[in-house]
Design a protein around this ligand. Sequence first.
Ligand SMILES: [Zn+2]
Length: 149
Amino acid sequence: MRFICDSTLGKLTKYLRILGFDAISISNLDALNTYKNLVDPPLLFTRRRKTISYQPMILIKTNRIEEQIKEIENSIKPYINGNDFMTRCIECNALLESTEKENIEARVPEYIYHHHEEFKVCPSCKKVYWEGTHTKHIKKWTTTLKPLE
Ligand SMILES: [Zn+2]
C-alpha cells in the first residue's frame, strides 16, 4: 500500500515508513499530477485545506502526531503487516538491504557492532540500521496498532 504525505506531515511519514509502508513525501501539491491518473493512486494524507482535486484523500485535522495516528488508523490498519516492519529507510523511503557485518563496522558505534549480528543499510542514503534503531518508535505504535489477524 502506498501513501503520499504532504511535507507538513514529516513525523507521520516516518511512522508509515517504520511500519513498512511506501510513504512518499511531497512538498508541492503539483507533484500529485504524477499519481492521479494511476489505476491505483496512493492515498493522500494532507493538512492543506485549499481545494485539492486529488482522490483518494484524507484531510488531517490536528498537528499532534498521536492524534494524527488516530485519524489515519482505520485507513492503514487493513494493510499493516508485521513482516514489513522496519524494512524501509525512515529518511528516504528506500527498501533496506541486508549487509555483511564487516561492511558497516566503521559506521556504527563499537558497542552496537559487538552486540548485534544483523544490520541493514539504506541503498540510497547509506544509513545503517540494526534491531533497536526503530524500537522506541515502534513500541509506541504497537501499543495502539496491531496487524489484523
Ligand atoms: Zn535512506
